[in-house]
Write a protein that binds this ligand. Structure first.
Ligand SMILES: [Zn+2]
Ligand SMILES: [Zn+2]
Length: 258
């Protein structure tokens, strides 16, 4: 195949739309063209192969990279769909979309400053494991993220345990340090999405909400429905969700001795 202009899709021979790459050879295609190609190829193979041979160089890639913006990207795994649909729920999809819009700090009235002034941050959050798992699964579109989750939670735990007793560190410094260690732990996996993930994690722990309630805050604010949450069968009247006011801390949460 000749080396055509780098912005021409080798499949449709038109200017590339939604540039995407195969993960091994980095040959460029329109996202839809290569996706259709992958579908076509896999329809001719049974059982399906978890890779795609590049139509140009025949090297085997396991994913299509798209929406690369210099920082972050999306990844479509070849023939992982059946497995993907098992774990990739509507809530995963919803969360992935959330990472493209406003951050949690701007949609809720969670008072993060007060969280760091309180002693709450020293207490383990029982929902954190499930929340981090889901977020990482959503961001990476991968099911098996346990190693990453354990790594991140381990770093948070040891940071919490190793806090020097009676040491007067300002809440701002604590916050900064927390975000730095979480970012360091997550960066090798989340890359361009790291900072945003760290912000979301901070909002999640500061909110003291469980996952369902946290999701509801987003649904209420952004207005997109997650079917699991806004179940059509028992649809409530257009009332605002009463969970929202719980996002502010009550005063007894604040430990002023810190
Ligand atoms: Zn094309
Ligand atoms: Zn190639």
């Amino acid at each position: 195949m000749e080396q055509s202009g780098s912005d021409t899709c080798p499949i449709c021979l038109s200017p590339i739309l939604q540039e995407s790459y195969l993960d091994l050879c980095f040959h460029k295609f329109c996202y839809n063209c290569i996706l259709q190609w992958a579908k076509f190829v896999s329809s001719r193979h049974s059982p399906q192969q978890p890779f795609l041979k590049c139509p140009l160089c025949k090297r085997k890639s396991t994913s299509i990279i798209y929406e690369y913006d210099g920082n972050s990207f999306q990844q479509h795994l070849i023939n992982q769909n059946s497995e993907t649909s098992n774990f990739f729920t509507k809530a995963h999809k919803y969360r992935l979309q959330c990472y493209y819009v406003e951050s949690g700090n701007s949609i809720s009235n969670i008072n993060i400053t007060r969280y760091w002034k309180s002693s709450k941050y020293r207490q383990p959050n029982q929902w954190l494991y499930s929340w981090v798992s889901r977020e990482i699964q959503a961001l990476l579109q991968e099911k098996d993220v346990d190693i990453i989750v354990h790594h991140i939670l381990g770093v948070i735990d040891s940071w919490r345990r190793n806090e020097p007793k009676g040491c007067k560190i300002s809440p701002e410094l604590k916050q900064e340090e927390f975000k730095r260690i979480v970012a360091d732990a997550a960066k090798p996996f989340l890359r361009g999405r790291t900072d945003r993930f760290v912000n979301e994690l901070e909002v999640f722990v500061a909110s003291a909400l469980n996952i369902e309630a946290y999701d509801k805050v987003y649904v209420n604010h952004l207005g997109w429905k997650i079917p699991e949450i806004n179940d059509e069968d028992h649809e409530e009247p257009e009332e605002r969700d009463p969970l929202i006011p719980l996002l502010s801390f009550s005063d007894e949460d604040i430990d002023e001795t810190v």
